[in-house]
Design a binder for this molecule. Structure first.
Ligand SMILES: [Zn+2]
Length: 110
């Protein structure tokens, strides 16, 4: 998802830089200084905008990663609960054992 957005942003930025360059060439013919200023300001503004855009995309990717990790932890917790469900709890120490084990780690039999 963010990979598509990233590619879209790069295309957009290239178009913006091209517009700035073409625009400045138009101005160079009339006034060299104005054209140069337009070129510098345009490129700096584009790069500044690009920086924010990529920072935002990186953050979006981090959020995706965190969401994935939370889901993974949730899945693991649910798995643990399932194990408790079909296992048995030791009366002696409270440890939860698998249903196929007959003796708890503390030595108490099922
Ligand atoms: Zn025990």
């Amino acid at each position: 998802m963010t990979e598509i957005l990233r590619k879209g942003c790069i295309v957009l930025l290239v178009i913006m830089i091209l517009i700035v360059i073409i625009g400045s060439f138009g101005l160079f013919g009339q006034n060299f200084l104005a054209g140069l200023l337009y070129l510098i300001v345009g490129i700096v503004a584009t790069l500044f905008y690009a920086g924010f855009l990529f920072l935002f995309l990186d953050m979006a990717e981090d959020v995706e990663y965190i969401k994935y990790k939370i889901m993974e932890i949730d899945r693991k917790n649910n798995k643990d609960k399932e194990e408790i469900k079909d296992g048995w709890k030791c009366e002696e120490c409270g440890r939860v054992n698998h249903s196929y084990t007959g003796t708890c780690a503390c030595g108490k039999a099922k």
